[in-house]
Design a binder for this molecule. Structure first.
Ligand code: NAP
Length: 812
């Protein structure tokens, strides 16, 4: 007779398949052939080229979809533009009703959506049913709320216009929700292109939206290749590009849109750390690693693909992990009992396998459990590679598959260093029973989402997005809506310029010998005392490295002074000083807001004390009236007060997510910001940009107005007497474009603000793609720096910060 113990020992999972019948019926209903969804109608392009979509778990053809060309992209953008006229004027409450109807309809069709998603992408039905589709509906509910609240809470903003959205294949429905829900909530209309290998669920979504009664043209879905994506990006009548995908393609799009005035958000790749401390609940952490790297077969932008485990528990932990891997079930995505489904397509399978083999070549030890695998379909075993060097390509590059690499550390400082030793900065998790340690480490890892004792938790009420080469912009939460609005006073910038192919932008311009006016007041020739202002680097006055000076002309064309002609070396010194001031212990960012506000008040006080001197300088430089110069100085003092006020009032919020616990959105400084000031309002322009940046904990390299630099050089004496730590504000004078070019190419500069020419704006955006720096440029358009709405406020604070969400589950 079989004993109970034997039953337990020999028990196995039985299959629990979800039926594909409803999906097959839906595909049949469409003749397994889909057109493009424009104006709430199916459009079948003439001379249709089609593209097949296969089920990666068994290779069966699901359907063919149309490949959009230029004509179809134009039609979709035209439909969105026409719809924008009414949709953007539709009251928020009405938009909220439509979005609520969409959310309800999505829930009604949730099973069909989940099964289709699993068949098209290969992800386990457990995930599409319990995570992807519920989150899809949740986003439409959440942003229905923001549509409702826009008129009261975002009074100073307007929709952006027609938005082009391009998404990847790993979460076809969720990525679509992240993009479409906030966009249409804010009154925009969209043209969305899903990825080539997963396009069917977006088409089902389109039908559901139309069924819910959304007006034609608000949401248009066009299928096609990367060429169609590129056509959307290039389209003149598209006002914003929202892209999720690889960093390499993100870089292409950044360059393609440079200088166009299109708003842009980029959600790119990652190589996120999972940091396990010796005092963690190791069994829970093993489950955490499973969620981190084998969720969706590791095809997750924020996958915890780098395990960083404390050395003294590393052997034990790896052993436990290997045992757990031996119990994972890989197989039919529609089986409710499996842990991992299929890799999305053959190309991706090959990439994953290439990286696993590279890991071995790089000296790693590869472990794959002895588990049963399906005999057909694109399945890949959960894989662990240990023993790699932190600099190995397998450790540094995003694999985007079920391959985990593991490293060890001894001290928390080393763990943080290893975690940040990457060009990415998307996410990470910290495992420890010591809450102080966990939160300290979470706050020091440079990434947009950090989970404590958890990984891969998402919700519409918290934003998601990267630092560094993981992109910029946020999707989700209140922070996500700012990607889809622009200030009410600002029309879409449409910079008009022609690039001169022969012009080498930012090349050093030989300084003209500048002789100051040596005439004494009584007319007698005599040598003047040299009052050439120095640069200001690391809290000290510094002579320009090249020892050249530039003449500064006054309003009447006469030389009124000289400034140093900065070069690459000066910029490098200034960046080094800014970087040191940022990272020193405790660096500027670590100071209390209270302390930073005190310093800003002190700067204001000292500027005010020298009010008359600055007025005189502005009059001499610009030829404006004394009254106008006086207004500029007074407004500058006021503006310093404004940001002294904001120094301790913009730190973040507690997000109301569905997590039982706390999700905190912390607005962190961006880091070292290079700032090129406008020529209008030489003092106020400088202060309007410097003050918000330093108020929020950034350190800056300021390039004052090239035409009127003397206001800024006088200003360093104010800084000197106001307790500003050395390196927080650095001032380099000279040719603006030459200096900004060095800044934009510098790896230690995190963001660029450029208020110079239209062409310069183009070059800054284009060149920032080198390491995906965040940029904010003025496109050479005039801005009224005197006015409050254009010269200060949330727009400035937003540019000076990046949101990190820290998730801390509590209780059950
Ligand atoms: P991908 O190759 O960059 O493609 C993403 C999308 O861009 C697809 O729709 C693709 O179209 C389109 N595309 C490709 N080249 C284009 C071009 N030159 N112009 C316009 N569109 C173009 O990325 P993927 O392989 O689909 O997705 C994986 C990547 O996405 C990973 O790096 C992952 O980390 C990242 N990701 C990031 C996040 C995030 O929130 N940060 C979330 C999910 C995924 P085709 O499919 O037709 O080529």
């Amino acid at each position: 007779m079989t004993t109970l113990l034997e039953v337990f020992k020999t028990m196995d999972y039985g299959p629990a398949p979800e039926s594909p019948a409803a999906v097959q019926a839906w595909l049949e209903e469409h003749g397994r052939k889909f057109g493009l969804f424009i104006n709430n109608e199916w459009v079948q392009p003439e001379e249709t080229k089609t593209y097949p979509s296969y089920d990666p778990s068994n290779g069966e053809l699901l359907a063919e979809t149309a490949q959009a060309g230029q004509k179809e992209v134009d039609a979709a953008v035209a439909a969105a533009r026409a719809a924008f006229k009414t949709w953007s004027k539709t009251p928020g409450v009405e938009r909220a009703r439509y979005m609520y109807a969409i959310a309800r309809n999505l829930q009604k069709h949730s099973r069909l959506l989940a099964v289709l998603e699993s068949m098209d992408n290969g992800k386990p039905i457990r995930e599409s049913r319990d995570i992807d589709v519920p989150l899809l509906a949740r986003h439409f509910y959440y942003y229905a709320g923001w549509a409702q609240l826009m008129e009261t809470e975002l009074r100073d903003y307007q929709p952006v216009g027609v938005v082009g959205q391009i998404i990847p294949w790993n979460f076809p429905l969720l990525m679509l929700a992240w993009k479409i829900a906030p966009a249409i909530a804010m009154g925009n209309t969209v043209v969305l292109k899903p990825a080539s290998v997963t396009r069917l669920s977006a088409l089902l979504f389109a039908e559901i939206v139309a069924e819910a009664g959304l007006p034609p043209g608000v949401v248009n879905i066009i299928t096609g290749s990367s060429k169609a994506g590129s056509m959307i990006v290039a389209h003149e009548d598209v006002d914003k590009i929202a892209f999720t995908g690889s960093t390499d393609v993100g870089r292409i799009l950044r360059r393609q849109t440079a200088g166009s005035g299109k708003k842009m958000s980029l959600e790119l790749g990652g190589k996120s750390p999972v940091i396990v401390f010796e005092d963690a609940d190791l069994d829970a952490a093993v489950e955490g690693v499973v969620d981190a790297i084998w969720f969706n077969q590791g095809q997750v932008c924020c996958a915890g693909s780098r395990l960083i485990v404390q050395e003294n528990v590393a052997d034990k932990f790896i052993q436990k992990l290997k045992t757990r891997m031996g119990h994972m079930r890989v197989g039919d995505p529609l089986d409710k009992c499996i842990d991992m489904g299929a890799i999305v397509d053959q190309g991706q399978w090959d990439t994953v396998d290439h990286w696993a083999r590279t890991g071995i070549k790089e000296g790693g030890e590869l472990f794959q459990p002895e588990i049963e695998m399906p005999d057909k379909g694109l399945f890949y075993k959960p894989t662990l590679i240990t023993g790699l060097d932190p600099a190995a390509a397998t450790v540094q590059e995003e694999i985007f598959g079920p391959v985990l690499v593991s490293l060890t550390f001894r001290t928390p400082a080393e763990a943080i260093e290893l975690a940040n030793n990457t060009r990415y900065g998307l996410a990470g998790s910290v495992w420890s029973d010591n809450i102080n340690l966990a939160l300290d480490v979470a706050s020091k890892v440079k990434a947009g989402a950090l989970w404590v004792n958890a990984h891969n938790i998402f919700d519409a009420a918290a934003g998601f997005g990267g630092y560094r080469e993981s992109g910029f912009g946020r999707e989700g939460g209140e922070e996500g809506i700012y990607e889809y609005v622009r200030p009410a006073w600002m029309p879409r910038p449409r910079p008009d310029f022609k690039l001169d192919e022969n012009e080498k932008w930012g090349e050093p311009i030989p300084a003209l010998p500048a002789m100051p006016d040596t005439k004494h007041a009584n007319g007698a020739e005599r040598p003047a005392l040299d009052r050439t202002p120095k640069m200001y680097i690391g809290g000290k006055q510094a002579r320009p490295d090249g020892n050249y000076t530039l003449a500064v002309l006054g309003a009447k064309g006469k030389i009124i002074g000289q400034v140093g002609d900065g070069n690459r070396k000066d910029i490098r010194n200034a960046v080094e000083a800014a970087h040191a001031a940022h990272t020193a212990k405790p660096g500027w960012a670590m100071r209390h807001g209270y302390n930073r506000s005190q310093i800003l008040y002190f700067i204001a006080e000292n500027l005010d004390a020298r009010n008359a001197e600055f007025v005189e300088r502005i009059v001499a430089m610009t030829g404006r009236t004394k009254k106008s110069a006086q207004d500029e100085v007074n407004t500058s003092v006021e503006r310093l007060f404004t940001y002294a006020a904001w120094a301790d009032k913009y730190g973040g919020t507690v997000q109301e997510t569905t997590l039982r616990g706390i999700t905190v959105a912390v607005r962190e400084p961006v880091g070292v910001i290079g700032i090129a000031c406008p020529d209008e309002y030489p003092l106020l322009g400088f202060i309007s940009l410097m003050a918000p940046a330093i108020a929020r904990g950034n350190t800056v390299v300021m390039l004052p107005s090239e035409k009127h630099p003397l206001g800024a050089t006088d200003f360093y004496q104010v800084l000197d007497t106001s307790d500003v730590p050395g390196g927080v504000v650095n001032i380099v004078t000279g040719n603006r474009d030459h200096l900004i070019k060095t800044l934009v190419q510098h790896e230690d500069v995190d963001a660029l603000w450029y208020f110079g020419s239209t062409e310069g704006s183009y070059h800054v955006e284009y060149q920032s793609a080198v390491n995906m720096k965040r940029t904010w440029v003025g496109y050479g358009l005039p801005r009224d720096w005197m006015s409050r709405e254009q010269g200060e406020g949330h727009e400035f604070l937003h540019e000076a910060t990046q949101v990190k969400n820290i998730w801390v589950p509590t209780g059950e």
